[in-house]
Design a binder for this molecule. Structure first.
Ligand code: MSP
Length: 648
């Protein structure tokens, strides 16, 4: 009965809408989603929450810099979050925004309760503030006078603020962490937190007067509630805490707050202390996962190396991206992102191991059994070994999921994929098919292959929700929903016999990275061409100021070398001299100029254009040219002006 189902409440951090989300944020949400989907399959009544943390000075400043109100700004970015989660097939039950009334009310209510209890008091605050991180630091926490988290400069701020008497909860907190070994996971983070608390908890500044984009302190409107009380409260405001909503009764305390290692401290010290102050139960578990890094370190907007998950989904498909993220970050540790590693995973694990298993299995059923899934008969030792392996895999995956060991759980599924591929080699159904006396042996082997494949597919469901329907379709069991469930793999042999399969396209086509680059390039050159044609016949509009124009640094440059770019009909690679330096420029002029026709020409180049990679070549500028119809001419000078001269 539905009412008796065990509940499971899982959350992600609520992300800052200061910018678009990157692949690291996608990791947290995909990991939480996989867990939510798994628990649903295991019969839990799951509530899965994600959302946006929309207040604070950083967002206020960011909005101002682009001429928008904070609300306009966050509305736009949050729409992008929702689109991304939809594309990633995130199955969240709610999406909380801290600008919503339902949230504001709860935050003010909690603040008031803490104040009434004497846990919040007013005092003068002086501290080192990092605006991008929205964090105050003590002098001794700074590293080289900069923020220890992001390394950027901090400012000394002094103001009247409200403080939360967190020190009061130090002992209770420590006791809770020590008595509940599961509360902070993995254990390394738990130890870090214990030493942090043991070194002494200071009271926490919980209001600001230096900006206004936040929730006002209910009894002192010139203060806004500082981000962490505001943000953390989302986990209960979304359940309708205080409004009589049955969701709060039903789902609180949370079973799992999944967060990145960067914010474990806030979730295991500040949040529990707030809950203790308000008199609410603490979440059962906080899991601090590792980071997804690039070879050169963290992703950051300023370094321009942020990986956009939307682009990757469009290019490789959502299941492949989800698989890669879960597989690549070992539980609790950091993982490294590279597109090559992603393609490698797709080609090896998905196309080769899994995809081939599907196509071999369906091909053999087609060829050796008229397209029907056979019925098994006597089990031989080699079959038993596969069956036991499959059954053991199910229990291993179940145990690993309990420990939030997602990467290892997927690793176990892949061991079964490979074991099944090996079983095919060992039993050689093609040889059995040649001998009519081995008919029933062949049928058993074919059945075992498909049943093991079905086990793998069911177990993949939480991680790659798009995959199972494709496999079930090919196996002809798309309507047999009772064999898609987790329960159905708790016993071997649920797969029905006599079903007709439908062979189909490869489930995961192999990716040829070289070909893909060329296609992308051609698409972007094509788009560029179209745009140019459009522009020529357009009316002159979009006025700009002289200041705006002067941001474009146009210079005279001499072409020193020119050569054709391999596999690109339209491109020439030029080396140009700007007097003070030489630059490489890739220009789309190869259909109009032979390389030696441009060498020696003095041209005009946009010298401060952000470098871009074109066919693997970093192009460091753009030469000016005019075109209409099928004519194109490079802009040159009618007098001999020295290279490097500014063009105004
Ligand atoms: N708004 C706060 C969280 C408040 S929760 C009550 C915040 N937001 S954030 O936008 O900065 O996102 C933080 C979370 O995004 C991290 O805790 C982590 O889960 C995820 N990640 C951000 N960058 C990441 C990587 N490079 N790799 C993995 N996860 C990353 O902090």
């Amino acid at each position: 009965m539905a009412e008796n189902k065990k509940t499971y409440y899982i959350t992600t951090p609520i992300y800052y809408p200061s910018d678009k989300l990157h692949i690291g944020h996608a990791y947290t949400t995909v990991a939480a989603d996989s867990m939510a989907r798994y628990k649903r399959m295991r019969g839990y009544d799951v509530w899965f929450l994600t959302g946006a943390d929309e207040h604070g000075q950083k967002i206020e400043r960011k909005a101002k810099s682009v001429g928008k109100t904070p609300k306009e700004y966050v509305d736009e970015i949050v729409a992008g979050f929702k689109l991304l989660w939809e594309k990633l097939q995130i199955s969240n039950d709610d999406f909380i925004r801290t600008t919503e009334e339902r949230h504001k009310k709860v935050v003010q209510d909690i603040f008031q309760k803490m104040y009434d209890k004497g846990d919040i008091y007013k005092a003068e605050y002086e501290g080192w503030y990092c605006t991008p991180c929205e964090t105050f630091w003590t002098e001794k926490q700074l590293e080289d006078k900069c923020c220890p988290d992001c390394g950027r400069p901090v400012e000394l701020l002094k103001e009247e603020s409200y403080f939360f008497r967190m020190s009061k909860y130090q002992d209770r907190l420590l006791e809770h962490i020590k008595n509940n070994p599961d509360f902070i996971q993995p254990p390394s983070r738990r130890n870090e937190m214990i030493s942090f608390i043991e070194s002494g908890l200071e009271d926490l500044c919980v209001s600001r007067t230096t900006f206004s984009w936040g929730i006002p302190v209910p009894f002192d409107e010139k203060h806004v509630i500082y981000v962490w009380i505001d943000a953390l409260t989302n986990y209960i405001s979304a359940l309708g805490y205080g409004s009589g909503d049955e969701k709060f009764e039903k789902y609180w305390p949370a079973d799992l707050h999944l967060v990145g290692k960067d914010i474990v401290r806030f979730h295991t010290i500040i949040w529990p202390a707030i809950l203790m102050s308000v008199g609410l139960e603490l979440p059962k578990k906080v899991f601090g996962h590792g980071w997804l890094l690039l070879a050169e370190g963290k992703m950051s907007k300023s370094k321009g190396n942020v990986v956009d998950p939307m682009e990757l989904i469009d290019k490789y498909g959502v299941d492949a991206i989800r698989y890669y993220l879960i597989r690549e970050i070992p539980t609790g540790a950091d993982g490294y992102y590279s597109e090559e590693a992603l393609v490698e995973r797709i080609n090896t694990d998905l196309a080769n191991d899994f995809g081939n298993l599907v196509s071999r299995t369906t091909a053999m059923i087609d060829k050796f059994n008229g397209g029907l899934i056979p019925a098994p008969s006597a089990e031989e030792p080699i079959d038993r070994e596969l069956r036991e392996f499959a059954q053991k895999t199910v229990s291993n995956v179940e145990n690993l999921m309990e420990e939030f060991e997602l990467s290892n759980a997927v690793g176990e599924i892949w061991k079964l994929v490979n074991r099944t591929n090996k079983y095919i080699e060992e039993t050689a159904p093609w040889a059995l098919a040649r001998d009519s006396s081995k008919r029933s042996r062949l049928e058993t082997v074919l059945y075992y292959m498909v049943e093991a494949l079905r086990f793998c597919t069911v177990m993949c469901t939480p991680f790659m929700p798009g995959l199972p329907p494709k496999v079930y379709m090919q196996l002809g069991i798309e309507n047999e929903t009772h064999v898609h469930t987790w329960e159905s793999i708790e016993k071997w042999g649920a797969l029905p016999s006599g079903v007709r399969i439908n062979r189909g396209e490869p489930i995961f086509p192999r990716i040829d990275l070289k070909k893909l680059e060329i296609q992308e390039q051609q698409a972007s050159e094509g788009a560029q061409g179209e745009k140019e044609k459009d522009d020529v016949d357009k009316k002159i509009e979009n006025e700009i100021t002289i200041d705006e124009f002067s941001r474009v640094d146009l210079r005279v440059a001499e072409v020193l070398k020119a050569e054709k770019v391999e596999n690109a009909d339209k491109l020439l690679k030029l080396e140009v001299d700007l007097g003070t330096e030489k630059k490489t420029v890739v220009a789309g002029i190869a259909e109009y100029y032979k390389p030696d026709e441009v060498v020696g020409k003095k041209v005009v180049i946009v010298a401060n254009l952000k470098p871009a990679k074109i066919r693997g070549i970093t192009s460091q500028g753009m030469i000016l040219a005019a075109s209409k119809g099928d004519k194109l001419g490079v802009i040159t000078l009618d007098k001999d002006i020295p290279v490097g001269a500014k063009v105004k």
